[in-house]
Design a protein around this ligand. Structure first.
Ligand SMILES: Nc1ncnc2c1ncn2[C@@H]1O[C@H](COP(=O)(O)OP(=O)(O)OP(=O)(O)O)[C@@H](O)[C@H]1O
Length: 308
């Protein structure tokens, strides 16, 4: 659905997007994650035809944005990270304004607007003033507005930013519904855990380059250099540690009051062998498990510890 090839954007001498190459399949919810200033907004604005690239290509559904921005206008819905101020405009009037801007005939607008407000769960607010809505509602309204022309690809810049956990869950549900309707969604954030639960895949962007792409699980596996294994014996801690010290794939052992933490460098096969050794030595075990990777740690590792 989306292919970005060698995309470069220079602002004067500064390179904000640096030979970025990636592709996103139809029906994906792809998270664009990176620290502040990584180049996410710049890339999204180029994808949406709002900004010219210095070089490279952005191909959406077979059409190059840089060569044919008009043809793409219908295919793309863009939600910016900034929500303007709309004094004295009611929710339906706001939607009507955008429907008009996309050339939708006046007589066709009402059912489209009603349907979209229902999708984003704002039907009950249709006669309210936009400025009176909560932040979460404004974000959802902004999302509804980017859908007026029924685009195939949605480009959402930081839609979850500043939302409380409940509003995030609501946003996640709306996105899932849109995915079920066959839309492809690109969504950005500078907080990986915020996106992880919403996305089918993630692209981590750093200094305008792609640092990693894949499902959250794949990225965690590829990038977590450390495998930490927790082992809790019922007793015989000392004897267990002696056996563990003889295992070749264990880089270090940290002893806690009740359990030990191994920094393990081996494969699953080798890990199951460690378990076998302990059982053969009759060490009574209460638990033997790998610590789940921490998304934030992985993100910090990929982006060189830059702030999130
Ligand atoms: N119009 C501009 N002129 C000069 N530099 C710019 C311009 N727009 C963006 N930049 C710079 O390009 C870099 C990338 O900015 P961009 O807004 O794309 O990052 P981002 O990943 O979206 O960051 P954030 O999460 O803070 O929104 C930043 O260093 C920014 O200062």
């Amino acid at each position: 659905m989306l292919e970005i090839k060698d995309l470069v954007k220079n602002y004067g001498k500064f390179t904000a997007v640096d030979r970025l190459t990636l592709s996103v399949g139809k029906g994906a919810i792809c998270g664009f994650v990176g620290p502040n200033g990584a180049g996410k907004t710049t890339t999204m604005r180029i994808m949406s035809g709002l900004l010219n690239a210095t070089s490279g290509n952005v191909i959406i559904d077979g059409v190059d944005v840089t060569k044919n921005p008009r043809a793409l206008r219908e295919k793309i819905g863009y939600m910016p990270d900034f929500f303007g101020v709309y004094d004295n405009l009611k929710v339906t009037e706001y939607m009507d304004f955008y429907a008009g801007a996309y050339g939708i005939a006046y007589k066709d607008r009402a059912p489209i607007i009603d349907n979209l407000l229902e999708i984003v769960d704002l039907s009950h607010k249709k006669d309210s003033y936009v400025d009176s809505l909560s932040r979460g509602m404004k974000q959802r309204l902004c999302l509804a507005r980017s859908l007026v022309h029924d685009p195939e690809l949605l480009i959402l810049d930081e839609p979850a930013s500043g939302l409380d956990p409940r509003a995030r869950v609501e946003m996640k549900e709306v996105l899932k519904q849109l995915q079920e309707m066959g839309k492809t969604i690109i969504i950005s954030s500078h907080i990986l855990p915020e996106l992880a639960e919403m996305c089918t895949e993630v692209c981590i962007i750093n200094h305008g380059k792609l640092a990693a792409q894949g499902s959250v699980q794949e990225i965690m596996q590829k990038l977590s250099q450390k495998r930490i294994i927790h082992i809790e014996p019922l007793r015989e801690m000392e004897r267990m540690i002696q056996i563990l010290k003889e295992q070749p794939m264990i880089r270090s052992i940290v002893e806690n009051t009740k359990d030990v933490e191994l920094d393990f460098t081996g494969t699953n096969e080798e890990l199951s062998d460690v378990l076998k050794q302990l059982i053969l030595a009759d060490i009574p075990l209460l638990s033997f498990k790998e610590k789940e990777g921490n998304l934030e740690e992985v993100f910090m590792q990929v982006t060189g510890g830059e702030s999130i």
